[in-house]
Design a protein around this ligand. Structure first.
Ligand SMILES: NC(=O)c1ccc[n+]([C@@H]2O[C@H](COP(=O)([O-])OP(=O)(O)OC[C@H]3O[C@@H](n4cnc5c(N)ncnc54)[C@H](O)[C@@H]3O)[C@@H](O)[C@H]2O)c1
Length: 255
């Protein structure tokens, strides 16, 4: 049988929208995509973080767009920018997120709502905004960053696990709805990884030791762990994978 894919992680010339682009998990994936010849719209609420990325990568193949993933008009404008400047969009990476950890007896209602709004509703709106552009391109790839909390039930994680469990189901439903349009919708579920999102929690030695002890491979995640899976899901090798949350977690979910 002929080799179908000479390079299963080929992304050269592909154009993607990245939300939460200035974050700790997004940055190495952004660098890997740009290094391999992709062109990106980098979206985040953190304008200074985006400016630093453009300073690093240059503005030829990366454009910044300051906007909130819960804002449908901002998402539509980011998609328009991609189509206008690159002529097409081939997919999107959503790595925007919040992590409020609090015992459920004391969890603030507004914080709970905001977590669901950004992590779940935002992920849905991001997908919805991309779909017409991807259909116009003849298909595409949507990739969200979910979490081991899509399936693990850590105490004090009701808001976060609720949002990420919901995200895994949204990914399944969208994968089914848009399969006939050759649009794949997937998520990567990382284990706890040191970034701005988690640094405060991990500075507590007991929290850190428990987090590492819960991971069979005996270490926290590294942002770089996500590069290979992300490239595969964007590249030819990911063409027939949809609706999945793929855990990249050193065995954290094997319980
Ligand atoms: N770090 C971890 O341990 C870990 C583990 C599993 C899953 N995740 C998930 O991965 C994603 C990225 O996390 P991270 O560790 O890189 O966090 P991070 O805080 O370093 O990055 C998140 C980025 O999202 C941006 N953002 C936040 N709210 C936004 C909004 N409303 N609109 C647009 N951008 C917004 C922030 O400005 C930031 O740049 C999140 O969804 C997180 O839940 C993280």
């Amino acid at each position: 049988m002929a080799l179908v894919q000479d390079n299963p992680i080929e992304v050269a010339g592909r154009c993607y929208l990245v939300a939460g682009a200035a974050g700790g998990l997004a940055r190495p994936i952004v660098a890997a995509l740009l290094k391999r010849g992709a062109r990106l719209i980098l979206m985040d609420t953190d304008e200074a973080g985006l400016d630093a990325m453009i300073a690093d990568h240059g503005s030829e193949n990366a454009l910044s767009f300051t906007g909130d993933i819960t804002d449908k008009a901002a998402l539509d404008a980011a998609v328009d920018l991609g189509q206008t400047r690159f002529g097409r969009l081939d997919g999107g990476l959503n790595a925007a997120g919040l992590l409020p950890i609090a015992a459920s007896d004391t969890m603030d209602a507004e914080l709970f709502r905001r977590c669901i709004d950004v992590n779940l509703t935002g992920a849905f709106l991001f997908s919805q905004a991309l779909a017409p552009a991807l259909r116009a391109a003849g298909g595409g790839r949507i990739l969200h960053i979910a979490s081991v909390s899509s399936t693990v039930s850590n105490p004090a994680y009701a808001a976060y696990a609720g949002s990420k469990g919901g995200l895994a189901q949204v990914v399944r439903v969208l994968g089914r709805e848009w399969a006939a349009d050759a649009i794949t919708v997937n998520a990567i579920g990382p284990a706890l990884t040191e970034t701005d999102l988690t640094r405060n929690y991990l500075s507590n030695p007991a929290f850190r030791a428990k987090a590492i002890g819960d991971i069979p491979m005996g270490r926290l995640g590294l942002p770089e762990d996500l590069i290979g899976p992300a490239l595969l899901l964007f590249g030819p090798g990911g063409a027939f994978i949809t609706g999945q949350t793929i855990y990249v977690d050193g065995g954290r979910t094997l319980v």
